[in-house]
Design a protein around this ligand. Sequence first.
Ligand code: PLP
Length: 386
Amino acid sequence: MDQGLHTKVSHDVVDTKHYGAVTIPIYQNSLFAFENYESFELAMQDVLAANVYSRGNNPTVQYLESKIADLEAAEQARCFASGMAAIAGSLHALLRSGDHVICVNQAYGPTRQFLDELSERYRVEVTYVDGCLLADFEDALRPNTRLIYLESPTSGLFQLQDLEEVATLAKTAGVLTMIDSSWATPCFQRPLTWGIDLVLHSMTKYFSGHSDCLGGVVAGRAYLIDEIANKGYMLFGGVMTPHTASLMIRGLRTLPLRMERHQRNGLIVAEYMDKHPLVNRVNHPGLPSHPQHALARKQLDGYGSLFSFETQVSVALLKKWADALRYFRIGVSWGGFESLVTVGETPANRNLAGNNPSVARLYIGLEDPQTLIEDIEQAFRSVIKT
Ligand SMILES: Cc1ncc(COP(=O)(O)O)c(C=O)c1O
């Protein structure tokens, strides 16, 4: 039976191991003991599959991984302690000295920083490209290119890459593809169905949804996830705790519901800002004014609620405007229930401003959008005296 998203997150196969408990228990244990030496030795032969030690497998975490693999149409998934642990662990596991990586230049700041570290210390070659055109990737390919790293949409200027085109190019060239899809979640984008090899998420964002825990995940073909598990997961040890997994499982139950609401709220506020006399441009792929709106409609089933806008208002005044907001809190991150604002560039978005430093990023939470619009207006009125 083909299940819809809401059914996938709500329904579980009835589990007789746990007395019929409707939620999986938190297996709060570091190791697993065995009834006899034979079964212990058998498990040790396949530590990637067996329950031996929780810096490998833990049933609560495994349950979450199987749910995410299902949502992403992946063979397997691995959850990490944070989004960066998933990104760094995966890159480190797959890249060798002398390999070449093509990465979009709008990728999350610390991801770029990690690639730069690999480049400096281990002679991994990195080329940053704009990524809006296929030619950007074609031109950057080298005989030693091992990986194309995407982030679509990016989380500063909300630029897209054509996943189908890039995946086809990469397959022809024998190159792996990996994407940070945190903004869209599996509710709105399933990169593996376009031919991308590995999909990553900062689960700290929408998966958790409540700004109360950190997590990350990588999903894809079993042989790649096993390689990452062997080299980037077990050895670095940045694993997700069972307690966090339980919070993430709770978040997952309402992910499609929350995403519907975030999408609606985000579009209402973005459309309002798009018509605002103080705003030059809104970077939101769901708006017809976005230069890649047609591509967004092709490969996204919906829109996250994080976007940025460029304005004539000076950065100094924009910061005062942010101070005057009553419902938007000032802070990095996004994906929780609460609306947030940042102004100008942050370490996460080093290239956000482009040629225009007067830019702000809004994250639209679960509040009533009209309240947020009124808040934006009262804050503008309080700092811009006419
Ligand atoms: C697009 C994106 N990817 C990855 C990360 C890293 O995730 P984490 O903070 O869970 O390590 C972030 C965090 O802000 C992000 O915005």
